[in-house]
Design a protein around this ligand. Sequence first.
Ligand SMILES: CC[C@@H](C(=O)O)C(=O)SCCNC(=O)CCNC(=O)[C@H](O)C(C)(C)COP(=O)(O)OP(=O)(O)OC[C@H]1O[C@@H](n2cnc3c(N)ncnc32)[C@H](O)[C@@H]1OP(=O)(O)O
Length: 297
Amino acid sequence: MPLTILRCAMKRAKARWCQHRSLYNSSHGFNETEAKRALALHSGGSVNLHKGQNGIAELCLNNPSRKNAISGSMMLELEEQISDLEKWNDGKGLIVYGAEDTFCSGADLSATNALCKPKDGLMMCMFMQSTLTRLQRLPLISVSLVQGKAIGGGAEICTACDFRLMTEESEIRFVHKHMGIVPGWGGASRLIQIIGPRQALKLLSSAQGIHPEHALSIGLADDILSSTADKAMEEAQTWISSYTKGPAETIRAIKKVVTSGREHALVDSLRKEKDIFGTVWGGPVHLQALSKVLKRN
Ligand SMILES: CC[C@@H](C(=O)O)C(=O)SCCNC(=O)CCNC(=O)[C@H](O)C(C)(C)COP(=O)(O)OP(=O)(O)OC[C@H]1O[C@@H](n2cnc3c(N)ncnc32)[C@H](O)[C@@H]1OP(=O)(O)O
Protein backbone atom coordinates (compact mmCIF):
# COMPACT_ATOMS: atom_id res chain seq x y z
CA MET A 1 0.00 0.00 0.00
CA PRO A 2 1.55 3.34 -1.10
CA LEU A 3 2.77 5.46 1.81
CA THR A 4 0.31 8.33 1.19
CA ILE A 5 -2.72 6.02 1.33
CA LEU A 6 -1.33 4.37 4.48
CA ARG A 7 -0.83 7.78 6.08
CA CYS A 8 -4.45 8.80 5.22
CA ALA A 9 -5.80 5.52 6.63
CA MET A 10 -3.80 6.03 9.84
CA LYS A 11 -5.04 9.64 10.15
CA ARG A 12 -8.66 8.48 9.78
CA ALA A 13 -8.14 5.70 12.32
CA LYS A 14 -6.55 8.18 14.77
CA ALA A 15 -9.46 10.61 14.28
CA ARG A 16 -11.95 7.83 15.02
CA TRP A 17 -9.98 6.81 18.14
CA CYS A 18 -9.77 10.42 19.33
CA GLN A 19 -13.53 10.84 18.94
CA HIS A 20 -14.23 7.73 21.06
CA ARG A 21 -11.57 8.04 23.80
CA SER A 22 -12.38 9.31 27.25
CA LEU A 23 -11.66 12.96 28.12
CA TYR A 24 -9.75 11.65 31.12
CA ASN A 25 -6.97 9.12 31.79
CA SER A 26 -4.63 8.04 34.59
CA SER A 27 -2.92 11.44 34.54
CA HIS A 28 -6.25 12.85 35.79
CA GLY A 29 -6.56 10.04 38.35
CA PHE A 30 -9.20 8.31 36.21
CA ASN A 31 -9.30 4.54 35.71
CA GLU A 32 -12.15 3.54 33.40
CA THR A 33 -12.15 -0.11 34.49
CA GLU A 34 -12.40 0.82 38.17
CA ALA A 35 -15.08 3.43 37.38
CA LYS A 36 -17.20 0.84 35.57
CA ARG A 37 -16.78 -1.63 38.43
CA ALA A 38 -17.88 0.98 41.02
CA LEU A 39 -20.87 2.19 39.00
CA ALA A 40 -22.08 -1.37 38.33
CA LEU A 41 -22.69 -1.78 42.08
CA HIS A 42 -25.63 0.68 41.85
CA SER A 43 -28.20 -1.01 39.66
CA GLY A 44 -31.70 -0.10 38.53
CA GLY A 45 -33.51 0.88 35.36
CA SER A 46 -32.12 0.58 31.83
CA VAL A 47 -31.15 2.65 28.79
CA ASN A 48 -32.83 1.25 25.68
CA LEU A 49 -31.84 1.97 22.08
CA HIS A 50 -33.95 1.51 18.96
CA LYS A 51 -32.27 2.26 15.62
CA GLY A 52 -34.95 3.06 13.05
CA GLN A 53 -34.92 2.02 9.41
CA ASN A 54 -35.25 5.75 8.63
CA GLY A 55 -31.82 6.41 10.17
CA ILE A 56 -33.31 7.99 13.31
CA ALA A 57 -32.54 6.25 16.62
CA GLU A 58 -34.58 6.57 19.81
CA LEU A 59 -32.71 6.33 23.14
CA CYS A 60 -34.93 5.80 26.21
CA LEU A 61 -33.93 6.64 29.80
CA ASN A 62 -36.02 3.91 31.37
CA ASN A 63 -36.42 3.96 35.15
CA PRO A 64 -40.01 5.23 35.56
CA SER A 65 -40.49 4.12 39.18
CA ARG A 66 -37.70 6.58 40.05
CA LYS A 67 -38.68 9.30 37.54
CA ASN A 68 -35.99 7.98 35.18
CA ALA A 69 -33.22 8.72 37.68
CA ILE A 70 -29.87 7.54 36.31
CA SER A 71 -28.48 4.66 38.37
CA GLY A 72 -24.84 3.51 38.17
CA SER A 73 -25.76 0.63 35.86
CA MET A 74 -27.70 3.05 33.63
CA MET A 75 -24.56 5.20 33.31
CA LEU A 76 -22.77 2.10 31.99
CA GLU A 77 -25.65 1.24 29.63
CA LEU A 78 -25.71 4.84 28.36
CA GLU A 79 -22.00 4.55 27.48
CA GLU A 80 -22.58 1.18 25.77
CA GLN A 81 -25.48 2.56 23.68
CA ILE A 82 -23.41 5.58 22.64
CA SER A 83 -20.58 3.22 21.61
CA ASP A 84 -23.15 1.38 19.47
CA LEU A 85 -24.30 4.66 17.90
CA GLU A 86 -20.67 5.64 17.15
CA LYS A 87 -20.47 2.55 14.93
CA TRP A 88 -23.90 3.06 13.25
CA ASN A 89 -22.77 4.34 9.83
CA ASP A 90 -26.35 4.51 8.46
CA GLY A 91 -27.45 6.81 11.31
CA LYS A 92 -28.64 10.38 10.66
CA GLY A 93 -30.55 11.39 13.80
CA LEU A 94 -31.17 10.58 17.47
CA ILE A 95 -34.05 11.34 19.84
CA VAL A 96 -33.28 11.01 23.57
CA TYR A 97 -36.36 10.75 25.81
CA GLY A 98 -37.57 9.45 29.17
CA ALA A 99 -40.03 6.65 29.86
CA GLU A 100 -43.62 7.57 30.77
CA ASP A 101 -44.19 11.16 32.01
CA THR A 102 -40.67 12.34 32.89
CA PHE A 103 -37.48 13.10 30.97
CA CYS A 104 -35.03 12.39 33.83
CA SER A 105 -34.77 13.35 37.51
CA GLY A 106 -30.98 13.32 37.49
CA ALA A 107 -28.59 10.93 39.15
CA ASP A 108 -30.19 8.26 41.31
CA LEU A 109 -29.95 9.82 44.76
CA SER A 110 -29.24 6.49 46.44
CA ALA A 111 -26.28 6.03 44.07
CA THR A 112 -24.99 9.57 44.63
CA ASN A 113 -25.35 9.02 48.37
CA ALA A 114 -23.14 5.93 48.13
CA LEU A 115 -20.68 7.86 45.93
CA CYS A 116 -20.58 10.99 48.12
CA LYS A 117 -16.82 10.80 48.83
CA PRO A 118 -14.94 13.39 46.66
CA LYS A 119 -12.87 10.67 44.96
CA ASP A 120 -16.00 8.68 44.02
CA GLY A 121 -17.91 11.80 42.89
CA LEU A 122 -15.00 12.82 40.66
CA MET A 123 -14.92 9.31 39.16
CA MET A 124 -18.64 9.56 38.30
CA CYS A 125 -18.14 13.12 37.02
CA MET A 126 -15.29 12.14 34.67
CA PHE A 127 -17.18 9.04 33.43
CA MET A 128 -20.38 10.96 32.69
CA GLN A 129 -18.61 14.02 31.24
CA SER A 130 -16.81 11.70 28.78
CA THR A 131 -19.99 9.78 27.96
CA LEU A 132 -22.10 12.90 27.35
CA THR A 133 -19.31 14.54 25.31
CA ARG A 134 -19.33 11.46 23.06
CA LEU A 135 -23.12 11.81 22.81
CA GLN A 136 -22.73 15.46 21.81
CA ARG A 137 -20.05 14.54 19.22
CA LEU A 138 -22.07 11.75 17.53
CA PRO A 139 -22.27 12.43 13.76
CA LEU A 140 -26.07 12.37 14.15
CA ILE A 141 -28.46 15.31 14.51
CA SER A 142 -29.66 14.83 18.09
CA VAL A 143 -32.77 16.00 19.93
CA SER A 144 -33.77 15.81 23.58
CA LEU A 145 -37.53 15.26 23.78
CA VAL A 146 -38.33 16.81 27.18
CA GLN A 147 -41.67 15.63 28.58
CA GLY A 148 -42.28 16.27 32.29
CA LYS A 149 -39.21 17.15 34.35
CA ALA A 150 -35.52 17.31 33.39
CA ILE A 151 -33.90 17.89 36.79
CA GLY A 152 -30.22 18.14 37.82
CA GLY A 153 -28.31 15.57 35.81
CA GLY A 154 -31.45 15.25 33.67
CA ALA A 155 -31.10 18.92 32.72
CA GLU A 156 -27.44 18.21 31.98
CA ILE A 157 -28.28 15.27 29.69
CA CYS A 158 -30.69 17.40 27.65
CA THR A 159 -27.90 19.93 26.98
CA ALA A 160 -25.81 17.13 25.37
CA CYS A 161 -28.14 17.01 22.35
CA ASP A 162 -28.04 19.50 19.47
CA PHE A 163 -31.67 20.52 19.98
CA ARG A 164 -34.31 20.45 22.73
CA LEU A 165 -38.04 19.99 22.13
CA MET A 166 -40.29 20.58 25.14
CA THR A 167 -43.91 19.56 25.65
CA GLU A 168 -46.24 22.17 27.11
CA GLU A 169 -46.13 21.08 30.78
CA SER A 170 -42.42 20.23 30.83
CA GLU A 171 -39.66 21.84 32.87
CA ILE A 172 -35.85 21.96 32.84
CA ARG A 173 -34.26 22.76 36.17
CA PHE A 174 -30.60 22.93 37.19
CA VAL A 175 -31.08 22.17 40.93
CA HIS A 176 -27.36 21.87 41.67
CA LYS A 177 -27.24 25.05 43.83
CA HIS A 178 -29.76 23.50 46.23
CA MET A 179 -27.44 20.53 46.59
CA GLY A 180 -24.40 22.71 47.22
CA ILE A 181 -22.71 21.57 44.03
CA VAL A 182 -22.23 22.61 40.42
CA PRO A 183 -23.19 20.45 37.41
CA GLY A 184 -21.09 17.28 37.45
CA TRP A 185 -21.84 15.86 33.98
CA GLY A 186 -20.61 18.75 31.81
CA GLY A 187 -23.96 20.56 31.87
CA ALA A 188 -22.54 23.98 32.83
CA SER A 189 -20.02 24.05 29.97
CA ARG A 190 -22.64 22.99 27.44
CA LEU A 191 -25.28 25.38 28.82
CA ILE A 192 -22.86 28.29 28.30
CA GLN A 193 -22.30 27.12 24.70
CA ILE A 194 -26.09 26.99 24.13
CA ILE A 195 -27.41 30.17 25.80
CA GLY A 196 -24.27 32.18 26.63
CA PRO A 197 -22.60 32.89 29.98
CA ARG A 198 -25.07 35.54 31.22
CA GLN A 199 -28.21 33.44 30.82
CA ALA A 200 -26.37 30.33 32.03
CA LEU A 201 -25.32 32.15 35.21
CA LYS A 202 -28.95 33.17 35.82
CA LEU A 203 -30.26 29.60 35.45
CA LEU A 204 -27.52 28.02 37.59
CA SER A 205 -27.55 30.65 40.37
CA SER A 206 -31.38 30.81 40.59
CA ALA A 207 -31.97 27.04 40.18
CA GLN A 208 -35.32 28.14 38.76
CA GLY A 209 -37.56 25.80 36.79
CA ILE A 210 -37.41 26.78 33.11
CA HIS A 211 -40.75 26.34 31.39
CA PRO A 212 -41.13 25.95 27.60
CA GLU A 213 -41.91 29.58 26.65
CA HIS A 214 -38.99 30.89 28.74
CA ALA A 215 -36.67 28.17 27.40
CA LEU A 216 -37.67 29.15 23.84
CA SER A 217 -37.06 32.85 24.52
CA ILE A 218 -33.48 32.28 25.77
CA GLY A 219 -32.60 29.71 23.11
CA LEU A 220 -32.49 26.72 25.44
CA ALA A 221 -35.46 25.10 23.68
CA ASP A 222 -35.81 24.92 19.90
CA ASP A 223 -39.54 24.24 19.77
CA ILE A 224 -42.59 23.50 21.93
CA LEU A 225 -44.59 20.41 20.98
CA SER A 226 -48.35 20.63 21.08
CA SER A 227 -48.91 16.90 21.26
CA THR A 228 -50.27 14.91 24.13
CA ALA A 229 -47.72 12.55 25.68
CA ASP A 230 -48.51 9.58 23.43
CA LYS A 231 -48.04 11.65 20.25
CA ALA A 232 -44.93 13.58 21.32
CA MET A 233 -42.48 11.06 19.85
CA GLU A 234 -44.34 11.10 16.53
CA GLU A 235 -44.16 14.92 16.50
CA ALA A 236 -40.44 14.80 17.42
CA GLN A 237 -39.79 12.35 14.56
CA THR A 238 -41.51 14.76 12.16
CA TRP A 239 -39.54 17.70 13.57
CA ILE A 240 -36.12 16.02 13.22
CA SER A 241 -36.95 14.76 9.70
CA SER A 242 -36.74 18.37 8.46
CA TYR A 243 -33.00 18.22 9.19
CA THR A 244 -32.19 14.60 8.31
CA LYS A 245 -33.66 14.38 4.78
CA GLY A 246 -30.96 13.15 2.36
CA PRO A 247 -28.10 10.64 2.32
CA ALA A 248 -26.63 9.68 5.70
CA GLU A 249 -23.13 10.45 4.39
CA THR A 250 -24.09 14.09 3.79
CA ILE A 251 -26.01 14.60 7.06
CA ARG A 252 -23.13 13.07 9.05
CA ALA A 253 -20.55 15.29 7.30
CA ILE A 254 -22.65 18.38 8.09
CA LYS A 255 -22.85 17.46 11.80
CA LYS A 256 -19.08 16.79 11.85
CA VAL A 257 -18.20 20.23 10.46
CA VAL A 258 -20.48 21.92 13.03
CA THR A 259 -18.97 19.86 15.88
CA SER A 260 -15.52 20.86 14.65
CA GLY A 261 -16.45 24.55 14.48
CA ARG A 262 -17.89 24.39 18.00
CA GLU A 263 -14.79 22.77 19.47
CA HIS A 264 -11.83 24.20 17.59
CA ALA A 265 -10.24 27.59 17.02
CA LEU A 266 -10.92 28.99 13.54
CA VAL A 267 -7.79 27.77 11.74
CA ASP A 268 -8.08 24.24 13.16
CA SER A 269 -11.79 24.24 12.32
CA LEU A 270 -11.10 25.31 8.74
CA ARG A 271 -8.53 22.52 8.36
CA LYS A 272 -10.99 19.95 9.84
CA GLU A 273 -13.67 21.29 7.46
CA LYS A 274 -11.24 20.79 4.58
CA ASP A 275 -10.61 17.20 5.69
CA ILE A 276 -14.35 16.49 5.93
CA PHE A 277 -14.93 18.23 2.57
CA GLY A 278 -12.36 15.83 1.12
CA THR A 279 -14.40 12.84 2.27
CA VAL A 280 -17.55 13.89 0.36
CA TRP A 281 -16.32 15.92 -2.66
CA GLY A 282 -16.21 13.63 -5.68
CA GLY A 283 -18.04 10.90 -3.79
CA PRO A 284 -21.06 9.01 -5.18
CA VAL A 285 -23.64 11.34 -3.62
CA HIS A 286 -21.87 14.47 -4.89
CA LEU A 287 -21.39 13.12 -8.43
CA GLN A 288 -25.01 11.95 -8.62
CA ALA A 289 -26.28 15.38 -7.44
CA LEU A 290 -23.94 17.13 -9.91
CA SER A 291 -25.23 15.09 -12.85
CA LYS A 292 -28.84 15.82 -11.83
CA VAL A 293 -28.18 19.60 -11.71
CA LEU A 294 -26.28 19.55 -15.03
CA LYS A 295 -29.14 17.66 -16.72
CA ARG A 296 -31.65 20.21 -15.33
CA ASN A 297 -29.75 23.30 -16.57
C1 LIG B 1 -24.23 14.98 39.04
C2 LIG B 1 -25.65 14.50 39.09
C3 LIG B 1 -26.40 15.27 40.10
C4 LIG B 1 -26.45 16.69 39.69
O1 LIG B 1 -26.47 16.94 38.48
O2 LIG B 1 -26.59 17.48 40.60
C5 LIG B 1 -27.84 14.90 40.19
O3 LIG B 1 -28.56 14.80 39.24
S1 LIG B 1 -28.38 14.70 41.80
C6 LIG B 1 -30.17 14.41 41.60
C7 LIG B 1 -30.83 15.70 41.33
N1 LIG B 1 -32.25 15.45 41.15
C8 LIG B 1 -33.18 15.75 42.08
O4 LIG B 1 -32.89 16.28 43.12
C9 LIG B 1 -34.59 15.42 41.72
C10 LIG B 1 -35.26 14.67 42.85
N2 LIG B 1 -36.64 14.36 42.51
C11 LIG B 1 -37.62 15.29 42.51
O5 LIG B 1 -37.42 16.47 42.68
C12 LIG B 1 -39.01 14.77 42.18
O6 LIG B 1 -38.99 13.36 42.32
C13 LIG B 1 -39.48 15.09 40.76
C14 LIG B 1 -38.48 14.62 39.74
C15 LIG B 1 -39.72 16.59 40.64
C16 LIG B 1 -40.82 14.35 40.54
O7 LIG B 1 -41.70 14.65 41.62
P1 LIG B 1 -43.04 13.77 41.78
O8 LIG B 1 -43.76 13.71 40.47
O9 LIG B 1 -43.76 14.31 42.98
O10 LIG B 1 -42.55 12.29 42.10
P2 LIG B 1 -41.88 11.78 43.47
O11 LIG B 1 -41.00 12.84 44.03
O12 LIG B 1 -42.94 11.18 44.33
O13 LIG B 1 -40.94 10.62 42.91
C17 LIG B 1 -41.47 9.36 42.54
C18 LIG B 1 -40.48 8.31 43.00
O14 LIG B 1 -39.24 8.53 42.28
C19 LIG B 1 -38.20 8.67 43.21
N3 LIG B 1 -37.19 9.59 42.67
C20 LIG B 1 -37.42 10.77 42.07
N4 LIG B 1 -36.25 11.35 41.71
C21 LIG B 1 -35.26 10.51 42.10
C22 LIG B 1 -33.83 10.53 42.02
N5 LIG B 1 -33.16 11.52 41.42
N6 LIG B 1 -33.14 9.48 42.55
C23 LIG B 1 -33.80 8.44 43.13
N7 LIG B 1 -35.17 8.33 43.24
C24 LIG B 1 -35.86 9.38 42.72
C25 LIG B 1 -38.85 9.21 44.46
O15 LIG B 1 -38.04 8.93 45.58
C26 LIG B 1 -40.14 8.43 44.47
O16 LIG B 1 -39.84 7.13 44.94
P3 LIG B 1 -40.85 6.40 45.97
O17 LIG B 1 -40.97 7.38 47.14
O18 LIG B 1 -40.18 5.14 46.32
O19 LIG B 1 -42.14 6.26 45.22
